[in-house]
Design a binder for this molecule. Structure first.
Ligand code: FAD
Length: 328
């Protein structure tokens, strides 16, 4: 294996996924320690624009595998495409995102290449020449550290929003195309159609603003109060585990240790106590606002702005005022 670090970027419909430039940040740290360069790879169809953006500062080369048969994520074909790039570039480590797609892609790649895999990691480093990756286990009470065999590429999936995103490239980076050649039997599994179930409200991991609610909301119906505010702010709706477990919101909106990690510019927590498992998923937010009736709720310890008040009185008034500000 060489000393380079390869980023496997995701794209949807030719648009780079937000995690891609976060992986570049993680890869730059590793490459500094190995003395190698950061390589970035994008697999799909009509990906030249995505490839240009992927060429962020510190990326030595972007490799594109562009083929009409790769338009939609298909597990076997994407594995074949990425494996060909890894065999060609012989990186020391391969970073991909621990998204739904990455959770499928990473293990398949590791099996195909007979390489080790550490998934959903939050730290990567080089020690005595070997790649190490770390992740929280036992509900965050312990950290597991994985050391990779230097003879094989280390495949590591990184939890979204763990690293800040590198600034997108301007297309001036060196690039290379690798022709796609499907492997035997790759067509056993083929994605024919992707139907979006999106409700029009953004995902918590991708929004600049997250309006989040806890058990205090008391019902699914009451969450409409927060959905209205989210619409005005062009925000995502998030929730605590207590709210998700009670069925007020889908688990896909749960923020925290066993939910999603978010780092929005603004996180507004309504009726969320601030348990350590919740804070684990949102304390990296740039500005945190908390509304809670209990003055000593732990959420106030991480909040930049706090309001000791009843959310049912505050939230509708705030939405009304925001509407006025936005002239809606
Ligand atoms: C292994 C494990 C993993 C976990 N993972 C997660 C996770 O990923 N995410 C997560 O969130 N939790 C997680 N939890 C659960 C966590 O420990 C808490 O139980 C949970 O976060 C509590 O949710 P909550 O703050 O909504 O509810 P509560 O603890 O019930 O807090 C409700 C808050 O609302 C306030 N309140 C009540 N009425 C009002 C009102 N009218 N207006 C304003 N404020 C009001 C109360 O003062 C209180 O602070 C996990 C727990 C375990 C053991």
């Amino acid at each position: 294996m060489g000393n380079d670090i390869l980023v496997l970027a995701e794209q949807r419909g030719g648009r780079l996924h937000a995690t891609a430039l976060q992986l570049v940040t993680a890869a730059r740290e590793l490459a500094k320690a190995t003395g190698g360069q950061v390589l970035a790879c994008v697999v799909g169809h009509k990906v030249s624009e995505a490839a240009g953006k992927l060429g962020a500062d510190g990326v030595g080369k972007v490799v594109a595998v562009d083929d009409a048969s790769l338009e939609l994520y298909s597990p076997l074909q994407y594995t074949t495409a990425a494996a060909a790039v890894i065999e060609k570039t012989a990186p020391k480590a391969v970073l991909l995102a621990a998204t739904f797609m990455g959770r499928d892609w990473g293990p398949r790649l590791a099996a195909r290449l007979k390489a080790g895999l550490a998934s959903d990691c939050t730290e990567v480093k080089i020690e005595a020449g070997a790649v190490h990756a770390c992740k929280g286990v036992c509900n965050g009470k312990a950290i597991a550290e994985f050391k990779f065999d230097p003879a094989r590429p280390a495949i590591i999936s990184i939890r979204p929003n763990t690293f800040g995103a590198a600034a997108a490239g301007d297309g001036s980076v060196a690039s290379e195309s690798v022709a796609f050649s499907a492997g035997d039997g790759d067509d056993r599994v083929r994605t024919t159609e992707v139907v979006s179930t999106s409700s029009g409200i953004k995902d918590v991991t991708e929004a600049d603003i997250v309006v989040s609610g806890g058990r205090a909301l008391k019902s699914e119906e009451n969450f409409k109060i927060l959905e209205e505010m989210a619409q005005v702010l062009d925000a995502a709706v998030g929730c605590s585990r207590a709210a998700a477990d009670a069925g007020y919101q889908p688990h896909s909106r749960q923020v925290g240790l066993t939910g999603k990690t978010v780092t929005p510019k603004l996180y507004i927590a309504f009726g969320i106590d601030g348990a350590i498992q919740h804070l684990a998923g949102m304390r990296g937010s740039k500005t945190i606002v908390a509304v809670n009736t209990k003055a000593d709720a732990p959420i106030f310890q991480v909040a930049n702005y706090g309001l000791v008040a009843d959310l049912f009185q505050v939230a509708p008034v705030l939405t009304q005022e925001l509407r006025k500000l936005k002239d809606l």
